[in-house]
Structures are given as structure tokens and as C-alpha cells.
Design a protein around this ligand. Sequence first.
Ligand code: SF4
Length: 659
Amino acid sequence: METRSNQHTSIEPNDPYCNSLTAYSRFKTREVKIGDVALGGDKPIRVQSMTTTDTMDTAATVAQSIRMIEAGCEYVRITAPSLKEARNLENIKQELRAQGYTTPLIADIHFTPNAAELAARIVEKVRVNPGNYADKKKFQLIEYSDAQYEAEIERIAERFTPLVRICKEYGTAMRIGTNHGSLSDRIMSRYGDTPLGMVESAMEFLRICRAENYHDIVLSMKASNTQVMVQAYRLLVATMLKEGMNYPLHLGVTEAGDGEDGRTKSAVGIGTLLEDGLGDTVRVSLTEEPEAEIPVARALVERYTNRKDHAPIPALKQLPYDPYVYSRRESITVGSFGGANVPRVIADLSHMESITPAVLSAVGYNYSVPLDKWNIGDLACDAVYVGAKEVDFELPGTLRLIEDSNVWKNRPRREHVLPLFNRDEFFQEGGSVGSVCLVNTRTEDLDESLVQMLKNTANAVLVLSSDNKHRMPAMRRALCTLIGSGVNNPVVIRREFNDLDADRLLLRAATDAGALLLDGMGDGLWLSGGAQVSHRSLNSFSFGILQATRTRISRTEYISCPSCGRTLFDLQETTAMIRSRTDHLKGVKIGIMGCIVNGPGEMADADYGYVGSGPGRITLYRGQNVVRKNVVTEEAVDALIDLIREDGVWVEPVVEGIS
Ligand code: SF4
């Protein structure tokens, strides 16, 4: 379990980071003009994406931009690694305008002030990375005296001010986009790779803009680690509030990966912030075609259109925990729930016609008839809820069964079977409810008498759900009541969906449960879906959400960049190939990065890195250190596996049916 120190000095745990913790209210930012699509203020939350084509290939970049725009993309970002690409933005823009597309363009800049200064005269917005705009990263930890640090800031101001003045003159907006993985050596040496370092990195650049009276600024605090990302955005807003600023926020999780994992991570990070009214534009970074990002971003933001009319939630002036540092809510151990146990996964099989060994294969348990043995997978749930259904076969020893209490009471007691009480039944029993019991309640029913009853029932696990439209904050409020009342029973987060397809269900579950888990709340996760979503998917989503919040690791983690005009190999194909060979390495983090210019910095805390270093060439990393340079692509995946093997981290994959 990860606990990060923020060393945040000026922001206190009670300092606010949003308008309200209980009533949906969008944080009011200043409006920034970006071409004819303004951002912030009362404008809708915008969605955007980035091209993956070579910026010098005008036709391909224009064609891809059009596909993105037609999918609903409101700003198109294009990389400009050097002057020649910056110059070609003119051709791309002209061609798009000639075809009737007025969508604002954004130039993405790393390392090259001259490209930024040219691009700022052509496109509607430039994005700079304060970690590398004026600094080359050498991964050196230097002790700076205050005077040396000041001198560095002056050097940055000299490099950066010309761009600010050009933006001001041309009416060009700017994003100061901090990345957790590419903080400058200067920031790293003073703050470490912390959320505070990320905020300070942006603030250094922001102060220069403000000194020039330039305010068309958007800020971002991206990280691949969702805990760090959320803490950094909160800290940024808290800092802005203290200093009387309100620049709009661009939300994103970097290097989120592809498919289900990429969507889960993005929803956890972005959704958590949107729930608290933060965010003016969203970019979901997937290692897929950029147009595939747009429906995901839209699905994330569309939930807030009518959120304001939710049922009231009792106000909460301050949180009983520090929202800027991860720490898990303390709970007692009840059976395998709570205490130091990882959050448990409960699969809901109550709607199955009957429960058979075959049914359990969808939730991680495979029964081998010839061997008369259960094979337990990495994604094996911890308990199954069967309602009133009977299970007439022997279960794997580690699996718990949850039955409705009225059924449980009339069956012989078995150690592995736990009763689920509703509120009234729990009171009727007066707390005498077996060795471990679960109590199902909605936030709306969590009153003082239930709080007291829970407090006096040390073998009860609370299963908490909410009917409020502003569900996550209602759940958080209820959990805060428990913390404030000294109730330390474990709490399972329950979320039921009846009418959503798998794609939407995943995004909503990842937002609603992920936001609580990122704040250290939740000793278990119980997702239920309607007929449209399989048990296998729901089980996989649960483990994915726990992995994305870093509260339970059960899979290999891929930190793959979304690719851009710098990319040196086919990222989607390569990611799929590496995944197919390594996805059994539970807990190993593998960075797959398209270029060596930004890749090593941006893969952040990956254990191994596979980084494009030239056409047909890959450089392999162990952590942040190069171990093999310029391996030919055809041999690179084998070389990566050899490296993992050398470290003793490799295990052979288990082939189904062979034990
Ligand atoms: S790491 Fe990937 S997305 Fe980032 S600049 Fe390099 S190729 Fe582009």
C-alpha cells in the first residue's frame, strides 16, 4: 500500500480545494479565449485529443484531425518537436480551414522554445511543459542554495518571457502542463517527485506570465499514478484559492494505457476531480486512435450536465482526513475484511438461475473435473453474493459465500457462509449475528441509531450504497460521519447499475468507487450490473478499479504513451505484443514509450522501460537507468523479457489445463 508524503507546507489539510464537498458546484474559473471555442467560466467542459501522425505529413495530420473533430473533439493538439514541424502547423491549419473546420489547434512543445515562439504565431494555443521548456533533464540531484535557486528562476524567466509576450501579442492561449514524470532536476532536488513539486513547477511559470499581465492560461497536473494526479490538482486549486487565482484546469491521466485499463485509470483520476466540480477540459490519453478517446471523454463529462438538482446531502465543512496525502481509513479486521487486508471483491451472482462450478469460472475459480481441484486465478473474487440461491457443491476454501440473512438463519451454520442483513433485520437481531455479518444500508438510512449499533457490533461489515444522484459525495459524506463518530467497522462500497452497457458502467463505477478508494475509503467493492454486462466483466472491472487506485495490485501495469508525431514505432501493436507476453507478471510496471525525448521522463515509476530511440531501434530501461541501447526492434521484446528474467522477476505463464 502506497502512502505518499507531500511535504506541503503552505496548504493545510483543512484548506478547501473545491466549492463544496456535498453540493455539486463547478469551480468557477476565468474564461480563456481559444480561437472561437472559449474554455472555463460558464462554458461547457470541453473535450480534446492529440494527433498521432507525423506533423510533417500534412495530409495525414489533416485527415486524422478531421476524424477527431467529427468524433466531437473541440481542440486538436499537434506535436511540434522542432521548428520545421512548428512551421508546418501553418499548412495544416490552412488546409483544415479550407475544408471548413475551424476547431482551434494547439501546438505541443517540449524542450524547444524556438518552435513554441513560432507556433504561438500560428495556432490558437501552445502547451509548454515547465519541466523541460528551459531545462534539459540530467536526472541529477543538486543541492541548490536559495541564491542559486533564484538565479535559476531568473534564467527560466529569460527563456520563457519571449513566448509569453508573443502569446499576448497574438491572442494565443497557453497551457502550462506539468507532468509528474518530467519534473526538472531543480524541482526534484527541492520537492522530490511530489504533488507539491508539480504545483510549484507550474507556479514558477505562472508567476512569469502574471508578471507580464498575461492570463490566457490553462493549467494541468498530469500523472500516470492516479493518487498523485488527484492530489496534485487538489493542491493546485487550494494554492490558487489562497493566492486569489482561478485559471481553468485541463484534466488528464498520462500514459493511462489502452482498453479497459486505460479507461479505468482515466475515469478514476478525471472522474474523481469532476465529481468535486473541478475541470474545464478533459483529455483521455489512450494508446489507441485519438478519435477513440472522444466518446470516453464525453461519457465522463456528460454526467455533470444535470447534476446540480441532486437531493441535498448534509453539509460538511471539512474532511476528517488530509485530502492532499493518501492514507487509508483505519478499520478493524472482521473476517478477511478491513484492517490491513486489501479491499475485497464481491461478485453478485444472485440473479443467476443456479450456481454451478461453471458459473464460478467467470469470477476467477476454475474447477478441473479430472483433477478434482480448483484453480484460483489472480482475479479470483473473495466472496460471492448468492441471495437465496443454494450452493450444493464444495467451494474453494478461500471463497466466502454471502446469503440473505432470512435464508442463512434457516440453514445449518457454515464458517464460510456470511449473512447479509438489511437495516431492520440487523436491529431485530440486536447485534447477535454470527461470527462475521454484513449489513446492507443506503447513505440515506445511516442515522444515529445505526451508527451506534455498528459501533457496538465488532463483527459487522457495513455494505454501503447510495440512491443520491450525487452519489460519490453522498458516500463520502456517510463515511465521514462514520469516521467522525469513531465507527471503525470495515465498509464495502456497493454500486448497482441496471441499465448501462459495459463501457458506461465501467466509467461510472471507476469514478464513483475510485474517488472513495483514492481517499483511502473502502474495504471492499461490490459491483452489480444488468443483463448487458457479464459477471466476468464486472469482476475484471472491480480488480481494475482497485489496481488503478493502487489499493490492490493483481495485474501487470502498462504505462504506455498515447503516441504522437514523435513516435518511433506502432504503439498499439507493440503494446499488444508486450502485453501478450507479460500480462501474467502481477505487480510489474512496464513503460512503453514512443520516443526517447520524453518517454524516459514520462514513464515515471515504471520498473522496466521499452523506449523508441531511433527508427527500428529500442532502448531498454531498468527503472530510470538505461541497460541496453538501440536494440533492433525484432529482438527488443525478447531482450526485455531477458532483462526481467535476469532480475529474477520473471515467472513462466500458467497454461490453462496444465498444473
Ligand atoms: S513519449 Fe510518446 S506521446 Fe510522449 S512525446 Fe514521446 S512519442 Fe509522443
